[in-house]
Structure formats: structure tokens, C-alpha cells
Design a protein around this ligand. Sequence first.
Ligand SMILES: [Zn+2]
Length: 451
Amino acid sequence: MQKILRYADSHTGELISDLQLLIRQPSVSAKNEGIEKCAKLVQKILKKSGIKSEVIRIGKNIAPVVYGEVKSKSNPYKTLLFYNHYDVQPAEPYDLWDDPPFSGRVRGNKIFGRGSADDKGELITRIKAVESFLKINGDVPCNIKFVIEGEEETGSAHIDQYLKKFKNKFSCDGVIWEFGYVDSKNRPVVGLGMKGLLFVELSVREAKRDAHSSLAVLIKNPAWRLIQAINTLRDSQGKILIKDWYKEVKPFTKTDLKLLQSEPFDANAFRKEFGIKDFVGNKKGLEAKKALAGAPTCNIAGFVSGYAGEGAKTVLPGHALVKIDFRLVPEMDPKKQVARLKKHLKSKGFDDIQIKVFHGEAAARTNPSDPFVAKVKQSADESFGRSIVNVSNAGTGPMHSFVKILNAPCISIGSTYIFSRIHSPNEFARIDLLKKTTKCMCLIIDKFGRN
Ligand SMILES: [Zn+2]
């Protein structure tokens, strides 16, 4: 094992240059920019590391999945699957970047670029870990599978279909999730869950076109209408007021609560990073941690109506639109929640409001007592010195599909520094964390292979 870790440690140069290759190939799923090219590049990098791969497809205009596989000669009985994605968020606004977003510029301990952390940096650590075993031993301690998708940043619309169609091909005993956070004190977070998401658009049309605002005495303003409607969805403390919204919510177990209590949370650093004075509902300590791991949300993602440009324009808009995202927790069913939202608006007299559902996915959590958790935690402790176990991430990913279809525990662990500006200008990955994560992945593979 020492030889393998030494190999991983002494090949940082290649890790960086391969990551730069990936960053320099834009792969913006939202704009279908460079997706096919990036899938091919991922294959090339896998091949160079000794990992067999193929590009699999389920239809036209659907980003392909790059599937990689290494069969273990010494232990073909256990399989570890790495789930990652090769697509990235759009880089806009370009003018806020210090370097071009697809440059992969290295400055000191940081490598900059869209995708440097999310998710190309994470992907490269998994690949380099497998390469270390292959180069030193010519074998891996368990079967390795890679499922690398190209639509994660637009909501993984087809991962469910891929998993169902290739259920046997992807079958495994454990999944390492596409990312993992490292907190401000350099402790990696072993994440056991992801929240679900329901994304909707509510809109109202009143007059068939915008009007002079002097007519506000006669023509109803759809922006007011929409504001009145959304004001019934949630109270000022963040509680959602839709009937039965929390009905299926599974309370934290005793083990969950213990983990939450021991989980560090630096409220001051958090507030400082975002420049805010206090939290929703003035939450403190444990309440804030419980909310991050297990509270549903109702968030206004955008509101569009009338004129919001420079200066004044006295206009009465004919149309108003709001985009809302609801985070879901176990065992909330997105379909049921949509029905409840519709019923709520109707019962409050807002049946003129159009509802468009963009996305719905359920939450998932891995049982903290699963033996896989201890193996990952030990690996993280060995490679980083210490680690934190997190009951659930506050964000969303298609973890539920993996848990449900592959019937395998999923754990997120990785190299993404918590303030590495993912989805924002000047996104970066820290080279020290990429190195530690590569070694952590080696240790996970090793421990997973043993019974
Ligand atoms: Zn992302």
C-alpha cells in the first residue's frame, strides 16, 4: 500500500496536466457546448491510466455516459463504483474571471477554471487512484466502475434512465459520490445523503400586453397577484405553509442527532463568507446544522415582471413569473408535493396561476451504520488527519436513483474546498486537497477490497 500511496503522491504533475486538459475542453451542458468532445477526452484520459472505457448512449440529443471498468484479478467479488460528471456550469459572467474560465491557470496551490473543482478535479482524483494500483500492482483490490455523466449541471435528466437500462452493467456494492467538501479547517466531509429538489415556475397573465401604469386603477397587476400567492407558501421563519408538506418527513434517528451534534459548524466563518448578519429564523448552533441536513426549503430563485432596467418606466406589466425551488428531504415524494402545491394554490383562490414543473427528484441517505461508512471514514482520517461525518448535504444530486436502482450505499467524499467558488467566477481546486483526495481514494479502494 505504501508504494501505491507514494506513486500517487509523486505523480501530481500528471494529475495537474490531465486536469488542465479537461478544464481546457469546455463542456457546458446547458448550452450543449463541447459535450461530445469532452466525453472523448475523458475516454482518452481513462485509457492513458489503464482503464477500459466506452461511451454509452440512450438516445439522440442526450449527453452520453462515459463508462469505465477495471476487473480485479485478485478479488472479482466486490465492486466499487465512482459516479462523476464531465459537464460544467456556464462560465458567465466572463468579465468577473481573473483568468479566462477555460484556461486551467495554476497560481500557487490553486488551479483555476470552470470545472476545476466541480467536477473535473474530483474525477481526476478517482482516475489517478485507480492508475496508482494498476501501475504498481497491475491489479486493483476490487472491481472498479466509472459512471461519468454529462448532464449533471442541468439536473441529471437522464441518469435514472441510464441506471435502469444498464442496471446489470453498473451493478456494484458501493458508490463514491461525485464530490465531497473539505471545510475551512481542512477536514473532509464524509457525506451520507443529499436532499431532493422540486423546481417549479408559477406565472400569471392578466392583460394581453403591458399597459400605461395610470391604468393600475382598472387593470389588475399580475406581479401583485403572484406576490400575494407566493406569500401564502412560507412564513418569515422559513416554515412551509402548504397542507401536509411535511407529512412524510422522516425524523432524525438518535445516531443522526449524535452525528449532527459532533459535526462542527463555524457559523461566524459562514456568515462572514456570505456577508450576512444572521440566519433564517435566527437559527443558532444545532438548529442551523439540523436545517442544513434535514429541513425542506421554499426558495424564490427568480422573479420577473415589468421593467427592472435603469431609471424609471411607469409600466403596468401584463405578465409575472416566479421560479421556485423546494429542497426535499427523506421520504418526501416530489409528485405528491406537486399535487399538494396545486391544491394549496387552488384552495387559496389562486386558480389563475399557471404551474410548470421543471424538475423533481427525491432525497437519499445512507445508513451511518453501514460498514462502508466506517471504511470511508478511516480512509479520510488516514489521508487528511481527521474527517467529519455529515448526515446529509444541503444540496441535491441524483443519489436517490443510485440508492434505489443499484441498491448500493452512496457516500460523498472528495477534494472540493468549501469556498472554492463552484458555479461562480474564479472557481478553483486546491492542489494539496487533490493530492490528499487521490490518496484517500486509494485507501478506500484498498479497504473496500478487503472483507
Ligand atoms: Zn455543480
